[in-house]
Design a protein around this ligand. Structure first.
Ligand SMILES: NC(=O)c1ccc[n+]([C@@H]2O[C@H](COP(=O)([O-])OP(=O)(O)OC[C@H]3O[C@@H](n4cnc5c(N)ncnc54)[C@H](O)[C@@H]3O)[C@@H](O)[C@H]2O)c1
Length: 248
């Protein structure tokens, strides 16, 4: 895999899986645009610069469409092309349906789905002009299962599976491959509360055939495959990266 002469934009790059993707794509030669609402994204960029990666960090609140529009105006003015878009940013609020407000539901949909739609729409407009590209979205086990105490999150990740297929259908002929990964239980800040819950943590671990939680790097490797030309005839798929949980 080689990303020399490729530019990749990664959202949610300040933390967790997005950060691991930035490191792996950077090591493989990509020029990077790292996007997050957290200023920690600047530290990630500094680390990568020390490893001679060409990288820029941008603060952007992906729940705000104006921020997204400005981001892409800037990107188009300063970069010749964007070859890869990784939509990794996402949120979860675990709570029963009875305690889930319309505000919570809309906020989750706004970041987990609407921003992916808006970011991807900008990306395909640019990629179409430059001969193609790759978009990698983030589903979840809850793209396939309903889950418990995560109605907004599972609704958003179900939508991501369909959004991925819709974009894939319309843009395959433009040499743009659109796929999603569906991570299982990955050790990131998103699961700090789950890991800290002694009972739930054991229950989760017992469900994983691989007998370990995933790491951000486990997911990043599959994202790199989907971002590379090794996957040029793969589009419209949702690939579980879950240590075998869905196959149980
Ligand atoms: N960790 C898991 O077990 C797991 C499982 C399935 C799916 N996923 C998905 O993987 C993706 C990455 O998750 P993670 O575990 O790395 O989470 P994380 O919480 O470690 O990182 C998410 C990043 O998204 C950023 N972000 C959140 N809202 C934003 C906004 N409005 N604007 C800009 N940036 C924003 C955060 O600042 C953070 O840096 C998410 O889409 C998540 O739903 C994770």
């Amino acid at each position: 895999m080689n990303f020399n002469n490729k530019t990749a934009l990664v959202t949610g790059a300040a933390n967790g899986i997005g950060k691991a993707i930035a490191h792996q794509l950077g090591q493989l030669g990509a020029q990077l645009i790292l996007v997050d609402r957290s200023e920690a994204v600047f530290q990630v960029a500094e680390q990568l610069k020390n490893d001679n990666v060409r990288v820029e960090a941008v603060i952007c609140d992906l729940s705000n469409e104006d921020h997204i529009d400005h981001l892409w105006e800037d990107v188009k003015a300063r970069y010749e092309k964007v070859d890869v878009l990784v939509n990794s940013a996402g949120i979860i609020k675990r709570q029963p349906i009875s305690e889930t407000s319309t505000f919570d539901f809309e906020k989750t949909m706004s970041i987990n789905v609407m921003s992916v739609f808006q970011m991807s729409k900008h990306a395909v407009a640019l990629m179409t002009k430059h001969g193609g590209g790759k978009i990698i979205n983030f589903g979840s086990l809850l793209s396939f299962l309903g889950g418990f105490h995560a109605v907004a999150y599972s609704s958003s990740k179900g939508a991501i599976a369909q959004l991925t297929k819709s974009f894939s259908n319309e843009y395959a002929k433009h040499n743009i491959q659109v796929n999603a990964v569906a991570p299982g239980y990955i050790e990131t800040d998103m699961n700090t509360d789950l890991k800290a819950d002694a009972k739930r943590s054991v229950e989760v671990s017992e469900r994983i055939p691989a007998e370990r939680w995933g790491t951000p790097e486990d997911v990043a490797k599959v994202v790199c495959f989907l971002a590379s030309d090794l996957s040029d005839y793969v589009t419209g798929t949702i690939i579980p990266v879950d240590g075998g949980v869905l196959a149980r």
